[in-house]
Ligand binder design. Structure first.
Ligand SMILES: NC(=O)C1=CN([C@@H]2O[C@H](COP(=O)(O)OP(=O)(O)OC[C@H]3O[C@@H](n4cnc5c(N)ncnc54)[C@H](O)[C@@H]3O)[C@@H](O)[C@H]2O)C=CC1
Ligand SMILES: O=C(O)C(=O)COP(=O)(O)O
Length: 528
């Protein structure tokens, strides 16, 4: 397995990858064409930071890529829809650089309030401009935090320590929880005119692109100071320039830019009250070690052990939960595969009912596994655990789920009803003991079958000698029966038989079985 590292990460992470037996190629600063060329060399995983742009065309051109792993937080440089379409897992390492980004924000605020960068430059130019660099205290001032997530809340906490009043705008946080931290959550319209300092900590999304623009600057307090260490593109930089020239904004500190690096004639560079750093929020020894260790172990877990952590485009299964979930994942995928092969037409609807113990687990990954099993007969390698829900949606399949805490006759049960034009099938399975998947119901028939390998599913009249007749016919075609499960429906005087055979069922055997008078239906099932 090959891992390409296309932005610098700490050596500790590279070591973990190599020790796990992965081939590591470190090539940073690649152009788009060079990146595509590298990805074409059988790369399974790419580790990136903010410089590598995983655009749709780059992702499309990567033939063997399975995972895009971000050594850090922001994923705005990854086209997640394109990754979804190709079934590529996208993961990040949230948290590893949070404290560093928050500390950088506080450093920027203090540097802005006390003119530290400008005073440094002035002294280095041989001047002693004590009067020019009159500063401001932050003590008692109001800090407006836009986006009270991981970084925003640490910034708020540190600002409280600096004796600032902290107000915040974040429509997704619980105001009561924020109040416990001494933070007043309010609307943006309320926050903007009150804050002496404003700091931005939202992700770059369709909603936040260009969010801090002229309209918002106009609502701010005269002489406000702005700190932006989140993501380039959230602040409209030409509107910021105008607001600074007009004096509305007394100072601005940017760590992130619409274009990184900004062009040489970048207007904000001309303003003395503008200070900046080249996207250094996460650039500390501690944060880089944290994210390199995290990203490397996530990539190893994924490529070597099949464990997905911190994925943003598929349900993650933690290493702790995996042993519990694994038998159910297997069962769910088999149930999907059986349903696909039993359906007498294109699948229109899937309803999954999780009963008993399994209903108390995180069932999202199970539904994904079931859909993968359901779609694999049609889509083969074009479907995987990432894109199965999208593929199902694209095919117009309606998927619903329900959960009940008790299971009929079993400790746990996954019951799947699949509808297709003109009919529907019910298949249910359980986990016996700790890990044995069993099919326990197909439509009205109760049975106890191990869903495995090449199988043959038959329905026949329940009368003496029929099973023997079927067995002889199969034997005559050179197929060995390794297991046989029989289910009975006395009311219909019918049996269903599920047979495990040692190789795929040949077409001529199927035809022959169909001609036997007691056989009402026969279908091969491949559950490899
Ligand atoms: N400068 C740097 O080196 C670094 C920058 N970052 C950036 O910092 C930002 C924040 O990161 P985290 O705190 O880890 O993210 P987070 O996801 O923990 O927090 C983001 C917060 O923004 C809120 N939010 C989302 N949309 C919003 C909207 N339209 N209006 C108001 N609030 C909204 C969310 O509810 C959430 O509480 C991201 O843009 C990230 O890319 C992260 C690490 C380092
Ligand atoms: O983690 C993030 O979101 C960051 O912005 C850090 O960016 P970087 O890894 O330093 O390119």
């Amino acid at each position: 397995m090959k891992v390409l590292i296309s932005d610098p990460i700490a050596e500790d992470g590279i070591k973990i990858l190599r020790e796990a037996g992965l081939e590591v190629i470190v090539k940073t600063g690649l152009s788009k064409d060079e990146l595509i060329e590298e990805l074409k060399k059988g790369i399974d995983a790419i580790i990136i930071r903010s410089a590598t742009k995983m655009t749709a065309d780059v992702i499309e051109a990567a033939p063997s890529l399975k995972v895009i792993a971000r050594a850090g937080t922001g994923l705005d440089n990854v086209d997640i829809d394109a990754a979804n379409r190709k079934g590529i897992v996208v993961m990040n390492c949230p948290g590893g650089n949070t404290v560093s980004a928050a500390e950088h924000t506080i450093a920027m605020m203090m540097a802005l309030a006390r003119n530290i960068p400008q005073a440094t430059a002035s002294m280095k130019a041989g001047k002693w401009e004590k009067k020019k660099f009159m500063g401001r205290e932050v003590n008692g001032k109001t800090l407006g935090v836009i986006g009270l997530g991981r970084i925003g809340s640490i910034v708020a906490d540190r600002a409280k320590g600096l004796k600032m009043r902290v107000i915040a705008y974040d429509p997704f946080v619980n105001p009561e929880q924020a109040a416990k931290m001494g933070i007043e959550v309010m609307s943006l319209d309320e926050l903007l005119p009150q804050a002496d300092f404003i700091t931005i900590h939202v992700p770059l999304t369709k909603e936040t692109k260009g969010f801090i623009n002229k309209e918002k600057f106009d609502k701010m307090k005269d002489g406000v100071m702005l700190i932006h260490c989140a993501r380039g593109g959230i602040v409209n930089e030409s509107d910021l320039y105008e607001a600074m020239v007009s004096g509305k904004v007394a100072g601005a500190a940017l760590d992130v830019f619409e274009q990184e690096p900004p062009p040489p004639d970048y207007p904000l560079f001309k303003l003395e009250n503008f200070i900046c750093t080249p996207h250094l929020g996460a650039s500390t020894l501690e944060a880089q070690k944290n994210v390199a260790l995290a990203v490397a172990s996530q990539v190893v877990d994924f490529l070597v052990h099949g464990v997905v952590r911190n994925a943003v485009n598929m349900p993650s299964v933690s290493a702790e939960l995996l042993p519990t979930l694994k038998p159910y994942l297997k069962l769910a995928e088999k149930l999907g595969a059986i349903q696909a092969q039993l359906a007498e037409g294109p699948v229109q609807e899937v309803h999954i009912e999780y009963q008993g113990d399994v209903a108390n687990l995180d069932t999202k990954p199970l539904t994904v596994a079931l859909l993968k099993g359901l779609l694999t007969p049609a889509l083969r390698e074009d479907v995987n655990y990432v894109n199965a829900p999208i593929r199902a949606k694209e095919r117009g399949i309606k998927v619903t789920e329900s959960k009940v805490n008790t299971a009929e006759d079993f400790l746990n049960l996954i019951k799947v009803v699949v509808k297709f034009p003109g009919g529907e099938n019910l298949v249910a399975g359980t986990i016996f003991g700790k890990k044995e998947p069993r099919i326990v119901q197909i439509n009205d028939f109760r049975l106890d079958a191990i869903p495995e390998g090449h199988m043959l599913y038959l329905m026949n009249e329940d009368k003496p000698g029929v099973i023997g007749q079927i067995g002889i016919t199969i034997g005559e075609h050179g197929l060995n029966i390794s297991r046989m499960h029989v289910g009975q429906d006395p009311a219909q005087q019918a049996n269903i038989i599920l047979l495990c055979v040692d190789k795929p069922v040949p077409e001529d055997l199927l035809e022959k079985l169909k001609t036997l008078p007691p056989v009402k239906m026969v279908k091969p099932l491949e559950l490899v």
